[in-house]
Design a protein around this ligand. Sequence first.
Ligand SMILES: Nc1ncnc2c1ncn2[C@@H]1O[C@H](COP(=O)(O)OP(=O)(O)O)[C@@H](O)[C@H]1O
Ligand SMILES: Cc1ncc(COP(=O)(O)O)c(N)n1
Length: 260
Amino acid sequence: MIPGVLTVAGSDSGGGAGIQADLKTMLALGVHGMSVITAVTAQNSIGVQGAWELPVEAVRAQYRSVVDDIGVRAVKTGMLSSAELVETVAELIAGTDAPSVVDPVGVSKHGDALLAPSALDSVRTALLPVATVATPNLDEVAHLTGVRVESEDDLRRAAEAVLAYGPRWVVIKGGHLAGDAVDLLTDGSQEHWLRAPRHDNRHTHGTGCTLASAIASQLAKGQTVPEAVMAAKEYVTGAIAAGFALGAGIGPVHHGWNLG
Ligand SMILES: Nc1ncnc2c1ncn2[C@@H]1O[C@H](COP(=O)(O)OP(=O)(O)O)[C@@H](O)[C@H]1O
Ligand SMILES: Cc1ncc(COP(=O)(O)O)c(N)n1
C-alpha cells in the first residue's frame, strides 16, 4: 500500500516552495501526497507579491476530509500565516495518530513575511509541543528562542533552546552558515550531525519545505526519525545540486532529480 502523507501549508504560485514543493517531494519519494491549503501566495523567483489566508473553517474542513476518510501516516506543516491558524493546526495535529514534522516557516528566501509576528508565541506554546520533529532554520531559531547561531559550535545550544518548547526531536538547519551544509538532529540525548557539501547554487527556493516533506515521507514509510532525516538530507542535497534557474531571481531545487 502506498502510504498517505498530508502537508498543511501555503500555496506558492511559482511552484518552488510551499504545497507545490511538498507534493513534488512526496511523489519523488513514493508516497501519496495530500494537502490542506492555509494561504495562497502570489509568488515567483523574485519575491512574494501577495498573500491571502484561508478561513479557519476551510482549513479545518480540508483536514477532516483527508484524515477522517483517507487517513494519514505522517503530517507536515509549513506556512501557517496567523496565530489563529497556528493554534487550529496544532489542535488538529494533537488529535491525529501520526507523526508530525513542523517546519516553523517565518519568512521566504526573499525576506518576505509568511507568519505574522503575533503568531510566534502560538508556535512556541501550541505547535512546537505537538511536533514529532521540528525543523527551524537559523532565522527561525533566533526569532523563537533568541539564540543566534554564528558557527557550528552554537547549533547544540540552539537545539536545546528549541527542545525546551517540547518537540520530540529537532533538526537545526545550518544551511545559512558558511562552509559545509551542516544540520544537527537531536532529541536531547542522541545527536546526529548531518553534513553535506555546500553546493554553490543560488537556486535554493524551497529547500526547507523539501527537507521537511522528505522527512515526513520517510516516516510514513516506516523509518525511524534518524533514518528518515538522513534519507531526507540526501534527497534535499541532490535536489539542491540539480537546482536550476527560473525567472530573474532564486530558482527552485529539482524535485525529480532522483527519478532518472
Ligand atoms: N547551498 C547549499 N548546499 C547544500 N545544502 C544546502 C544549501 N543550502 C541549504 N542546504 C541544506 O538544505 C536544507 C534546508 O536548509 P535551509 O536552506 O537552511 O532551510 P530554509 O529553506 O528553511 O531556510 C538543510 O539540510 C541545509 O543544510
Ligand atoms: C508558500 C510558501 N511556503 C514556504 C516558503 C518558504 O520557502 P523558502 O524559505 O525556500 O522561500 C515559501 N517561500 N512559500
